[in-house]
Design a protein around this ligand. Structure first.
Ligand SMILES: O=C(O)COP(=O)(O)O
Ligand SMILES: [Mg+2]
Length: 231
């Protein structure tokens, strides 16, 4: 973890990395629609709130959890097939009802204006993450998007290391902002201080998840990052 002296530097942080689903955007309506298009053959239909509950650990885990909640058995091959169908369906309609959380663009814009480099690190498949980020206009701010595909999923720190490398930034000069325990674990494993959003998809209070800061709205990011600096 960063030494206080290093964080006291005026230009700290040099980079901020963001989780996508449940942090910058609410993508649950489109994900629920893709799940329903995939699992209709099993008579399964979920709403956005249920999708939020099952998200965070990637597409395969999402399908596995939805099937388990409906007492549908799936062996490895079936799960692989259904995950591939889900990814295809989601990729076909990646962003019809997804929205950026209130204040997120202002926060990104302010960081960009301060020359802070910005990345997205998500367990969403890479091609879909790229399309969603572009469709919602976040590509105006975000320098690099690392999604699922080339690296292990969070809580493994590998995708966060990939972001840091792409931004040419050391871990002790960066902050990670997410919404779930998996984000806290990945961030700390990569050596980053972690801020968690209370308005995301975590099942319980994020204050209990061991993060270094918590925001209840994007307008609180500045203060949360400033508190880390003097930590
Ligand atoms: O796809 C998921 O399960 C969650 O995606 P996230 O990492 O952007 O929250
Ligand atoms: Mg998330």
């Amino acid at each position: 973890m960063t030494e206080p002296a290093a964080r006291a530097e005026a230009r700290w942080p040099r980079a901020v990395i963001f989780d996508l689903d449940g942090t910058l955007i609410d993508s649950a309506p489109d994900i629920a629609a893709a799940v329903n298009a995939t699992l209709a053959e099993h008579g399964i239909e979920i709403d956005a709130a249920t999708a939020r509950h099952h998200l965070g650990d990637g597409a395969r885990k999402l399908i596995e959890r939805v099937l388990a909640a409906h007492q549908v058995d799936a062996d490895h091959d079936k799960l692989e097939r259904l995950t591939a169908v889900f990814t295809e369906r989601y990729q076909a309609v990646p962003c019809r009802d997804s929205v950026v959380f209130d204040g997120a663009c202002d926060a990104l814009s302010a960081l960009q204006a301060s020359d802070v480099k910005l990345a997205v690190c998500t367990n969403k498949p890479q091609a879909i993450a790229d399309r969603v980020v572009a469709h919602l206009g976040l590509d105006h701010y975000i320098d690099v998007v690392v999604g699922a595909g080339a690296y292990a999923l969070k809580p493994d720190p590998a995708p966060l290391y990939a972001c840091l490398e792409a931004l040419d930034c050391d871990a002790d000069a960066a902050v990670y902002v997410g919404d779930m325990a998996v984000d806290r674990q990945a961030g700390h494993a990569a050596g980053l201080p972690v801020v968690l959003a209370e308005f995301g998809y975590a099942a319980g209070p994020v204050a209990d998840l061991g993060a270094d800061g918590v925001i209840s709205h994007w307008r609180g990011l500045d203060a949360a990052v400033a508190a880390l600096r003097s930590h």
